[in-house]
Design a protein around this ligand. Structure first.
Ligand code: C2E
Ligand code: CA
Ligand code: CA
Length: 770
């Protein structure tokens, strides 16, 4: 079976049919109200210019122009002068002569020269009759030549029909006047008869300016060539600037006699056929139907363009055969349909923009909502925890670059699934949920991938990521997205790489929310205390100091993991109070122990959020002074996540602390962006290799290499190295061989309450003294 092209889904059949019907209706109404006439006129004038050709010359105008008036006198002219002209014209062989002048007797009363000349013309003279309608009464009044002249002439109607907009497009074949039918001048001379009231279009492609003109003054004065009128029909009429003018489309105002001349020329080309406009509506409706229902966009466009072109071109051909028509009704129908389609397309693309993240071009949550995916899949949320912070440290236009790198990495774990991108470092995709083991492996691998920094604008940017999953198929996708986000946040605050949303934990989460509110109170109530973990010098085996670790024992809930309340305090900017408390307690402890155990130091963890605080060094100095502890016995541990804070301020702080003699240690070394440059920049005397590397020392060759080379590198820079998380004797020995300086870990001592630490130190001293 041949693959059929995908249907163009730009609207339902019913909608298209309705649009088509509406367009037909509107086009018809527009035409009937003649609202399209100005456009029609414009197009028609253009067409006339294209078809423009000179008049045949069989109609000659004898013009009572300004010169004639100057030489012979104002109208009405003396009959004698008219008679002279007539005699000369007929003598020259003019076929017929129409005298389109006011021939009321006036000054010429008693002058018989004109009837004489007319009789001599032997029926070749045509005289005009016209009627005027009184604007007020609506009564027509007829103007006819005097009976004394009419006897010798054929009478023709010379009314000019002005259409709306002032244009003269149509002329009647005949009019009925006082019970009798009078042919129009053009019908009479053009040789085409028609019923009164029947109109025909004037063909202005016949160049009005090419109608031969002879000045009446020249004929009276004998300055003309009689041959110019031999065998021609002559119209004698007013062309002076005082004469009435009509709007001949494409030519501007022209004396009425020229309109008659062109009308005569038109009829000489045959009987014009007026096709009207309904056919163009029918034709355009057909084209519009093909356009709307075409299966392919390109085909649809071609049909539409071809249809419009046909409407424009066909009349040019038809008019050659004297067939006249209007095309704007059809054109307007096509325009309405095309416009409506354009508008829908625009709206659709606008909506599409609303479902796309402008930075990454990936679909956003709105798109997920619209996709109405049946939620049989696991929602996987990836949250870049420090997205906003990382951005602030970067040049203004690097967001796209950073996002692209994140998406690239996530792509490895998403396994080809569509990644949706919400704002602020929130990405998600749907996993088919068939292989939970596989998914957790993938997320583990992804998490590991994100341990190495991305490079944006030539800078290394440390990103921390956590994942949240939702498996609850009973709820809507959007509900599940929120849950997955909650899970991702929880994973982050609990130091996990990912977490699955668990509705049962909701209550727990609520409690956790109130945790923060209770932290200050907990400090005051003494619920926060410090555990001290010994730090051992590997060469001597002696305890050189401790790391102070915050502990919260809640009266009801029991021990709350520090990673939980510390992360929460950090996020909400409440870490200051906690740090001040820990620092104060730890320094007091160290001062106390130093009375019996000289040179004993204490290490306190410093949240990176505090690093850019201007009063940091002053606060530390005050605490040291109050407890009279020398600066070098305090060690502040800072993590490598410097991308988060104002680097310059942080560096200044570290330098002032260093100036106080305070020791600085780079905590969790290896998990951030561990460049040599960074190590050089920070005035830290010590680095602490992260416990994830130390715990793998026995199993992983690459971790062994990393740890070893780090120790060598640090030593070459004159820094000491602490290995944390030492849990076995084998690890301890390995570290000894690598010439590590200090160790810290469950194997050499767990974090203990102060009394246990004091006991431990006393026993050690006794051991050493023994
Ligand atoms: P950290 O600075 O890396 O602290 C060392 C963590 O490793 C402590 O976890 C400690 O109990 C644990 N640890 C020590 N030896 C071993 C070992 O042999 N094996 C294993 N698996 N773990 C070991 P803890 O006490 O849960 O603290 C977690 C983190 O909380 C700390 O990591 C530190 O970043 C933060 N933290 C603790 N107290 C404070 C504090 O007062 N202020 C600040 N800003 N952060 C603190
Ligand atoms: Ca630490
Ligand atoms: Ca650490």
């Amino acid at each position: 079976m041949p693959a059929s092209p995908p249907p163009r889904r730009t609207g339902s059949t019913r909608l298209n049919a309705r649009l088509l019907a509406l367009a037909i209706g509107v086009a018809c109404v527009l035409s009937m109200l003649m609202l399209l006439d100005p456009i029609e006129t414009g197009i028609r004038v253009l067409r006339d210019k294209i078809r423009s050709h000179p008049a045949s010359g069989s109609v000659v105008v004898v013009a009572l122009d300004d010169r004639s008036l100057a030489e012979i006198g104002e109208a009405p002219w003396p009959h004698a002068a008219v008679a002279t002209m007539l005699t000369r014209l007929t003598a020259a062989g003019a076929r017929r002569v129409e005298i389109d002048l006011d021939l009321s007797a006036g000054r010429s009363a008693g002058d018989a020269s004109l009837p004489v000349a007319m009789r001599a013309a032997q029926g070749r003279v045509i005289l005009p009759a016209r009627f005027a309608v009184d604007h007020v009464t609506g009564q027509p009044s007829y103007m006819r030549p005097p009976a004394s002249l009419a006897r010798f002439a054929t009478i023709a109607n010379t009314n000019i029909w002005v259409q709306r907009g002032g244009n003269v497009w149509y002329m009647p074949y005949a009019v009925s006047s006082q019970g009798a039918v009078l042919p129009s001048l053009a019908a009479l001379l053009g040789g085409v008869a028609g019923q009164p009231g029947d109109l025909y279009p004037i063909d202005y492609a016949i160049d009005l300016r090419s109608i031969p003109v002879i000045s009446a003054a020249d004929i009276v004065a004998g300055r003309w060539r009689p041959a110019d009128v031999a065998g021609k029909d002559v119209l004698i009429g007013q062309t002076s600037s005082a004469s009435q003018r009509y709007f001949a489309p494409g030519y501007g105002l022209a004396p009425g006699i020229f309109v008659h001349a062109v009308a005569i020329e038109t009829l000489r080309g045959g009987r014009p056929v007026a096709l009207g406009w309904p056919w163009t509506i029918a034709f355009a409706a057909l084209v519009a139907g093909l356009f709307l229902f075409a299966r392919h966009r390109a085909a649809a466009r071609t049909v539409l363009a071809a249809g419009a072109l046909m409407l424009l071109i066909v009349p040019i051909v038809l008019e050659r055969f004297h067939i006249f028509t209007a095309i704007t009704p059809g054109l307007s129908l096509l325009a309405i349909v095309a416009g409506a389609r354009l508008w829908t397309n625009f709206r659709r693309s606008y909506q599409a923009r609303g479902t796309t993240n402008p930075i990454s071009g990936l679909p956003n949550l709105q798109a997920l909502r619209q996709a109405a995916i049946v939620s049989t899949n696991t929602v996987v949320m990836a949250r870049i925890l420090n997205f906003a912070e990382a951005l602030t440290a970067l040049p203004p236009d690097s967001e796209r670059d950073m996002v692209n790198q994140i998406v690239k990495r996530l792509g490895f774990g998403a396994g080809g699934a569509t990644i949706y991108h919400s704002d602020d470092g929130i990405f998600l995709w749907l996993d088919d949920g068939s292989d939970t083991e596989g998914l957790s492996d993938q997320l583990g691998a992804l998490h590991a991938l994100f341990r190495s920094p991305v490079i944006v604008a030539d800078r290394l940017v440390d990103l921390s990521i956590s994942f949240g999953l939702d498996n609850d198929r009973s709820r809507t996708v959007m509900q599940r997205v929120s849950s997955a986000l909650v899970a991702a946040d929880r994973a982050a605050s609990e130091g996990q790489r990912w977490m699955t949303y668990d509705p049962a934990a909701l209550e727990d989460a609520e409690w956790r929310m109130s945790l923060l509110a209770r932290l200050d109170q907990a400090i005051d109530n003494g619920e926060i205390w410090l555990a001290y973990q010994p730090k051992i010098a590997l060469d001597t085996g002696r305890i050189v100091g401790v790391e102070a670790l915050a502990r919260w024992t809640h009266p009801d809930k029991g021990d709350i993991p520090p990673i939980q309340f510390i992360a929460a305090a950090e996020r909400s900017g409440r870490i200051d109070r906690l740090t001040a408390h820990v620092l104060d307690t730890a320094v007091a402890t160290a001062a106390m122990i130093n009375r019996t155990y000289r040179g004993f130091s204490v290490a306190v963890n410093l949240s990176p959020r505090l690093l850019d605080r201007p009063d940091l060094a002053a606060m530390v100095e005050e605490v040291l002074a109050r407890h009279r502890l020398p600066g070098h016995l305090l060690c502040l541990e800072v993590t490598e996540t410097m991308a988060m804070v104002d680097q310059e301020k942080a560096l200044l702080n570290l330098k002032s602390l260093s100036a106080l003699g305070v020791q600085l240690s780079i905590d969790d070394y290896g998990t951030g962006f561990s460049t040599l440059e960074y190590l050089r920049m920070i005035p830290a005397g010590e680095i602490k290799i992260d416990r994830s590397f130390i715990s793998m020392l026995e199993k992983s060759q690459s971790d062994r290499i990393m740890v070893h080379s780090t120790i060598q590198l640090a030593h070459s820079l004159g820094r000491k190295v602490v290995a944390e998380g030492v849990e076995t004797a084998a690890t301890l020995n390995e570290l000894k061989l690598m010439q590590c300086d200090y160790v810290q870990g469950y194997f050499t001592g767990r974090p203990n309450p102060l009394p246990v630490l004091v006991d431990l130190l006393r026993n050690r001293r006794m051991e050493q003294a023994a």
